[in-house]
Design a protein around this ligand. Structure first.
Ligand code: PRP
Length: 216
């Protein structure tokens, strides 16, 4: 039996994923050591390998088959547009992709004026404004603290993730439009899904059962 390789998104998503996997009987003790500098963790018994990667790199590893399976946010899947199968909504990491700004920007979104949209997600923003709203906008790519953009006058609105809404509230901004709901998803390499169908399907079924039980 060959190793199945699983790419996890560094941070909270990885911890949540490991918690969920543990409930299906898949553990990875090595990975729990917070001080380790190791990059690859192995579960010999189940012939599984895990590694941690930055979110946007997870779909890349999975598309190329360097990882058979990945766990990553739906935002990243949409933004990266990689060829892979999205097989399961893991039900955690829930948040929303929204268009936000000061209340005064609401009318700009309804007018046909050319507005500037700052975002870490240029592809999602482009798809929303051009394909769904048929509105021409100028997209400005930023790498973080997106809420700053309308405050300092870089853009009229932002396209960003809203979880609790407190970043917006504390900065005098509002959700003006909702683009889509988001959560953590399991993705699978297209060839692995065929070649290792039995093991991967069993893992998906086990996870589905646990998720169903947790939702009860
Ligand atoms: C995300 C997002 C918002 C914030 C939303 O930023 O970009 O800024 O969280 O969460 P809230 O609705 O609970 O306030 P993140 O912390 O990932 O950092 P970033 O600014 O680098 O994108």
């Amino acid at each position: 039996m060959r190793y199945l390789t699983i790419a996890l998104t560094k941070g909270r998503l990885a911890s949540k994923t490991l918690e969920l996997l543990e409930k299906t009987g898949i553990t990875c003790e090595e990975m729990k050591d917070k001080n380790t500098r190791k990059l690859i963790f192995v579960n010999e018994e189940k012939k599984l390998r895990f590694f941690l990667a930055k979110g946007p790199d997870v779909p890349t590893y999975v598309e190329y088959g360097a990882a058979d399976i990945g766990v990553v946010g739906k935002d990243t899947i949409l933004e990266e547009g990689r060829k892979l199968y999205e097989v399961l909504d893991l039900g955690f990491g829930k948040c929303r992709m929204c268009i936000c700004g000061p209340e005064s920007a609401r009318e700009l979104l309804e007018s046909n004026r050319l507005i500037r949209v700052a975002t870490k997600y240029p592809n999602i923003a482009k798809d929303y404004f051009l394909n769904k709203k048929h509105q021409t906008v100028e997209i400005i790519k930023l790498n973080g603290s997106i809420e700053l953009a309308p405050i300092v006058g870089l853009s009229e609105v932002i396209c960003d993730i809203v979880e609790t809404g407190s970043t917006l509230r504390e900065n005098g901004l509002k959700v003006l439009e909702e683009v889509c709901p988001l959560s953590a998803r399991m993705v699978v390499n297209q060839v692995s899904m065929k070649m290792e169908n039995e093991r991967i399907s069993a893992m998906i079924q086990d996870l589905k059962r646990i998720i169903r039980e947790e939702q009860k």
